[in-house]
Design a protein around this ligand. Structure first.
Ligand code: RB5
Length: 152
């Protein structure tokens, strides 16, 4: 399942992504917002990420949009278990899956257009984590989340 969330700055892009997912017959849940009325991105990031993490399917993903993609990615990365990547290029969207096992893709509705956004969504959803040495690094990120000293 794909969980979608956006503030007003990302609302239009979220709607484009919804149309793309529907066309691809990829199931999604829309966690809001529902209009271009101004709304804070942090609550949306939190509820969308929590919904994704509560899904029994470990392959669930979230896609978050705000004006830049940055604020909503900062908020998402505060949710334990989230590895959110703000991407605006194909290489980043691909390698954040291969190397970082990112589970949340963040996009800027005022940065990229719908054509590039759907390419990024497509590669993000269809690229598997490589594992190996990258697993150790993911584990280190989780250790930071748990307050461990990686340099002790
Ligand atoms: C809202 O104006 C804007 O600040 C927000 O969408 C986002 O770009 C924040 O990072």
């Amino acid at each position: 399942m794909i969980y979608l969330g956006a503030d007003h700055g990302g609302y239009a892009l979220k709607e484009e992504i919804k149309a793309y997912l529907a066309e691809q017959e990829i199931p999604f849940v829309d966690c809001g917002t529902d209009s271009t009325a101004s709304v804070d991105y942090a609550p949306i990031a939190q509820r969308t990420c929590r919904a994704m993490l509560a899904d029994a399917d470990r392959d669930s993903r979230a896609i978050l949009c705000c004006g830049t993609g940055i604020g909503i990615s900062m908020a998402a990365n505060k949710v334990r278990g989230v590895r959110a990547a703000c991407c605006s290029d194909y290489f980043g969207a691909k390698y954040t899956r291969l190397h970082n096992d990112a589970n949340v893709l963040c996009l800027g509705g005022r940065v990229i257009g719908p054509g590039l956004a759907t390419e990024l969504v497509d590669v993000f959803l269809h690229t598997d984590f490589e594992g190996g040495r990258h697993q150790r690094r993911i584990d280190q990120i989780a250790a930071i989340e748990n307050g461990e000293d990686l340099n002790a």
